[in-house]
Design a protein around this ligand. Structure first.
Ligand SMILES: Cc1cc2nc3c(=O)[nH]c(=O)nc-3n(C[C@H](O)[C@H](O)[C@H](O)COP(=O)(O)O)c2cc1C
Length: 316
């Protein structure tokens, strides 16, 4: 098998860094190791308060791994992905060449969506997400080996919204949490963190779902939030580090599937970050296992891409 080289590493890393991460912390690095590509957790970028257990780092690195694998497959050099190949090390995933293969159309379509996907915290249009698109999102999660529930109907949605709001209240009272989050909100052109333009309208929060207070003050110009948002909860049967990495891979596949279908997305993680809320969410879904992230999906005006660090900063 032809080993991966510097060009493959750059291709994989360029795609990987477009993955989402909590507060755009970008907790990853990439290196070539004996002809394979390693995705490494950058623990110095782990959020000490919001992510003391490393869940968000593993979700982000899982999403980055998915992008890396997809970019390699789209270039005709697909990878076999091993999660946590060296137990106890910071290597989250190792991508080993699987032999050249022409990419299929679905891979190419998803790979093309990598550069367009972004978090859209603005109001979405009221238009419902059609059944075919819902089915594609569910299939994307299923094919990655995780479970995902779409909250259908106002009862399920209101139940989730109440859990999310109570989690947000807990986090608002946590001074250290708020201080840490504020340190990641940037008005200038920083290479990481959340730029204020990427936030939602703070003064007019979503009627149902708590928005992260990242945004500029004031009402979103001329439009209310969608009256009945589509929310997906993605989860795993176990909650070990490998499960969280797998959830990150699946999250990215779902987000790219949505982007490819012309849908906008944002993520909601307050109910995951507060243990009591996460438990309540698990019970409300009647699922065994652990919810890992919530995703809001709909049709919206395109937003702007948020910044990323230079490749030179993430290549080892
Ligand atoms: C584990 C995780 C949790 C996140 N939680 C939230 C959230 O609660 N609210 C939100 O608006 N965005 C959330 N995000 C999205 C990040 O803020 C976003 O990915 C990051 O700012 C980069 O922007 P982009 O998604 O537009 O590339 C989360 C992302 C990850 C990976």
């Amino acid at each position: 098998m032809t080993p991966y080289d510097q060009q493959d590493l750059r291709r994989a890393a360029e795609a990987a860094i477009r993955a989402p991460s909590l507060h755009n912390s970008q907790p990853w690095r990439f290196r070539l190791a004996d002809g394979a590509i390693d995705v490494i957790a950058d623990n110095e970028r782990q959020l000490a308060v919001a992510d003391s257990g490393g869940w968000a780092v593993r979700i982000a690195c899982g999403a980055a791994t998915f992008n890396a694998g997809l970019a390699l497959a789209a270039a005709g050099t697909p990878a076999t992905v091993a999660l946590r190949p060296d137990r106890g090390s910071d290597v989250v995933a190792r991508l080993t060449p699987a032999g050249p293969r022409r990419p299929g159309y679905p891979e190419l379509e998803l790979a093309r969506a990598i550069g367009r996907r972004h978090s859209n915290r603005r109001p979405f249009w009221p238009d419902p997400v059609p059944p075919e698109a819902r089915a594609a999102l569910l299939a994307a999660a299923r094919d990655q080996g995780v479970w995902m529930d779409l909250l259908v109907g106002m009862t399920a949605l209101s139940g989730f919204a109440e859990i999310a709001r109570s989690a947000e209240r807990v986090l608002r009272r946590d001074f250290a949490y708020q201080a840490e989050m504020s340190s990641w909100i940037h008005a200038d052109a920083a290479p990481d963190g959340v730029p204020v333009y990427a936030g939602g309208p703070v003064a007019e929060p979503h009627d149902l779902l708590p928005q992260r207070p990242y945004g500029t003050r004031g009402r979103a110009p001329g439009r209310d939030f969608e009256p009945e948002p589509l929310v997906a909860i993605l989860g795993t049967t176990g909650d070990h580090p490998a499960d969280q990495i797998a959830a990150g891979q699946a999250l990215q596949r779902v987000l790219l599937t949505a982007t490819a279908a012309g849908l906008a997305t944002s993520m909601i993680s307050q109910p995951i970050e507060v243990p009591a809320a996460r438990d309540q969410l698990r019970r409300s879904l009647r699922r065994t296992g652990t919810p890992q992230i919530a995703i809001r999906v709909g049709y919206g005006d395109p937003g702007r891409l948020s910044p990323r660090r230079d490749l030179a900063d993430v290549l080892v």
